[in-house]
Design a protein around this ligand. Sequence first.
Ligand SMILES: [Zn+2]
Length: 200
Amino acid sequence: MSDDSLQCFFMGTGTSTGLPLAPCLTLSSDLPADVADIKTNGKRSNPLPGQYDPNGLWPKNVSCGSCRAAVDKDVPEGYKNKRGNTSMVIRKKIRGKWFNIVLDVGKTFRENANRYFPVWGVQTIDAVILTHGRMSPILRLVWWLTIDADAFFGMDDLREWCIRQKCSIPVYLNRPTYNTVAGAFPYMVDKSQASGGGDV
Ligand SMILES: [Zn+2]
């Protein structure tokens, strides 16, 4: 790949919740029935080989195959099941400088950035694109229950980038997504509601 190619890096590649999930690791309750078939070494979708032993020592007794694989050192490459919200960095070198666009900043953005940006050499965030806010208009009155958090709940963690870069970061999004973000982060769209240092 030449140095001036358009490059794309994937982050998270997981669900809106991320993995592993604490209720699985703490054996708090059984999985919902519709996903329960992945909890043992069942034939359909146990993601990685490994032993499930209900009477074994933790984490062998974690019934959820996905979460067990994420923490069980005996599961080959199980660490790959430590996943965050799906996101992407798109970058291009222009006149010797990398420009980075981040596609979606979900609630795991901060840990994803800490994990991958040093490896990839991402030193700036020059723009953000949000693909969705996903809030049901019917349920807008209870928006905190209906927001899909995987695309923008990490917006607040852009503050540090704004401070270091000494400028705001342009965010591109459609009107429904804007309305959702404005409800969740009013200080990002109205400076009168900022308590300081929050420009994005
Ligand atoms: Zn789980």
